[in-house]
Design a protein around this ligand. Structure first.
Ligand code: UDX
Length: 441
């Protein structure tokens, strides 16, 4: 008989994982404590934007392989394997991760386990969490369930979540027994068959793989943004620099895009939580460079505000500023720690009249930043603008015709925060084009 899988937490990670597991052929029960989310998913509506996910969800609601509930007793009764996919946000006012949702999930699940089970943690957690949770599960699980814990970090990117879930770069299994490894190999048999490599290790290493991957990616972005600062000082071009570096296969071109830097629900909070945990372990010196990575990243935002102010003639008062982009990156409606909205809010605070447009993230932006103005199209946002700021590189912004766009604005000034527009095209249409880390023409 085929394995029955449950997924606890139905955010970006859990909802995608649940649909992905159904696609692999399993009967899946997803749980969330938020009844509204459960009702929405059960009706085939994904409560956030993720390309391809709605199709996958409806397909498996139809096959009957995928269901959702708010009831831990039902989950305990149903599953052979339980994936824990709840969030680990940053604690308010601290760098450390807030583990209350992970702890609550394990506390709620364990007493309901009913037969030999594997609980699999996928959330991003500080190293040492899995060992602690394993002890808790052993204390709470009823006798005879032989409940075990494994740690199997998730590396999916928003915007590519479906693809990353079905075809992961690698599978990391943090386990304490051969039985747990065998069970995970069974769950992921089709994925392994399709070529995803498997690394089997202990809990601590599995937990660390995830945070060190995010630390590396953040460092790569901040490295190129540091080079952008030097390029600006020297009158050099970071886009050409990045291209040239990227041809060296040891360096590689990906995550070497200079601009407004990283945001989102993962990289910023994960590097901070990593520093906090290293401090607790007495290894804080090893990660002091991440403070600099964070600082370089935050400096991008103030540099962007400065460039915009300069383009507005030295002050924002009485100036209309168009912001293209609100999501922290394209192909997502996620605005958590969005560099674009952070810049928009700073400019508004300094007296600018900011109008924001984003293809997918407007509803979320309106809720979190009700004080900003919003438009339903890039054109509407550009009406009468003194400067246009390109802050999230949605493909549709690259397609804008600078000639027609030029007719809408009061002044043809554009600042490209993502180095994604074609400077020659915009300049040829009469625009003053400025970008982070590139020389003025
Ligand atoms: C990231 C990791 O990539 C993923 O493996 C992990 O599981 C979760 O965190 P995600 O937050 O979805 O995924 O976004 P990602 O595509 O990594 O982009 C992060 C940020 O970096 C975005 O704000 C993006 O705009 C920025 N970025 C990315 C750059 O500024 N330059 C680049 O070259 C690449």
């Amino acid at each position: 008989m085929s394995l029955k899988v449950t997924v606890i937490g139905t955010g970006y990670l859990g909802a995608t994982h649940a649909a992905g597991m159904a696609e692999l052929g399993y009967e899946v029960l997803g749980l969330d404590v938020d009844a509204e989310k459960v009702a929405s998913l059960a009706a085939g509506r994904v409560p956030f934007y993720e390309p391809g996910l709605a199709e996958l969800l409806t397909r498996h609601l139809d096959t009957g392989r995928l269901r959702f509930t708010t009831d831990y007793a039902e989950v305990g009764e149903f599953g052979d394997v339980h994936f824990v996919c709840v969030g680990t946000p940053q604690k308010k006012g601290e760098f450390a991760a807030d583990l209350r949702y992970v702890d609550a999930a394990v506390e709620a699940l364990a007493p309901h386990l009913r037969r030999p089970t594997l609980v699999v943690g996928k959330s991003t957690v500080p190293v040492g969490t899995a060992a602690r949770l394993a002890t808790r599960i052993a204390e709470l699980a009823p006798a005879g369930t032989d409940a075990e814990l494994a740690w199997n970090p998730e590396f999916l990117r928003e915007g590519f979540a479906v693809q990353d879930t079905l075809h992961p770069d690698r599978l990391v299994f943090g386990v304490t027994s051969a039985a747990a490894e065998a069970r995970l190999r069974e769950v992921y048999a089709a994925t392994i068959e399709a070529g995803s490599p498997v690394v089997v290790t202990d809990y601590a290493t599995a937990e660390l793989v995830k945070v060190s991957a995010n630390a590396f990616l953040s460092t790569k972005i901040s490295f190129i943004n540091a080079m952008a600062e030097v390029c600006e000082a020297a009158g050099a071009d970071v886009v050409k620099l990045s291209e040239s570096l990227g041809y060296d296969e040891r360096i590689g071109r990906r995550f070497l895009g200079a601009g407004l830097g990283f945001g989102g629900g993962c990289l910023p909070k994960d590097i901070r939580a990593f520093m906090a945990r290293a401090g607790e372990l007495g290894a804080d010196q090893a990660l002091t460079f991440l403070r600099e990575v964070d600082a370089i990243n935050m400096r991008r935002r103030s540099r962007m505000v400065d460039l915009a102010r300069e383009q507005c003639g030295g002050g924002f008062l009485g100036r209309r500023i168009t912001v293209l982009g609100a999501a922290f990156k394209p192909e997502s409606d996620d605005i958590r720690d969005s560099p674009a909205l952070n810049v928009a809010a700073q400019i508004q605070l300094q007296g600018g009249q900011v109008t924001v447009y984003d293809p997918k993230a407007l509803d979320n932006a309106r809720k979190m930043y009700p004080g900003l103005n919003y438009a339903e199209s890039a054109e509407e946002a550009a009406e009468g603008a003194h400067v246009v700021l390109h802050l999230t590189e949605w493909p549709e912004f690259r397609e804008i015709d600078p000639v027609a766009f030029g007719k809408l604005v009061a002044e043809q000034r554009v600042v490209d925060g993502r180095n994604a527009l074609d400077p020659d095209r915009w300049r040829a249409a009469g625009w003053t084009y400025r970008a982070l880390g590139r020389p003025n023409a």
